[in-house]
Design a protein. Structure first.
Length: 88
């Protein structure tokens, strides 16, 4: 027999406000047209390059110095890299 458990956390105790605070409200406001408008797309409306949307446009824009990748190695070592330093 399967039992479902819901974990509820109060965001007031978080150091950073989560991206998704209210799932139901976010779903109610969601629009595919707005999501499409947030993407750059290829010139001439020729499609979408997801690698460009995920990395390149951020590396060239205002989020270039934001953390893009945090790596924790199997043996404990790690590294962090801002978007601008990722290979494009």
């Amino acid at each position: 027999m399967r039992t479902e458990t819901t974990i509820v956390k109060e965001s007031a105790g978080f150091g950073v406000v989560p991206n998704l605070v209210d799932y139901e409200a976010t779903c109610a406001r969601f629009s595919w047209d707005a999501a499409r408008g947030a993407l750059d797309g290829l010139p001439g409306l020729r499609g979408l390059n997801i690698a460009y949307e995920c990395v390149d446009r951020h590396a060239a824009g205002g989020r270039a110095e934001h953390l893009a990748l945090r790596f924790l190695g199997r043996r404990g070592g790690g590294a962090m890299s801002p978007t601008a330093r990722l290979p494009t």
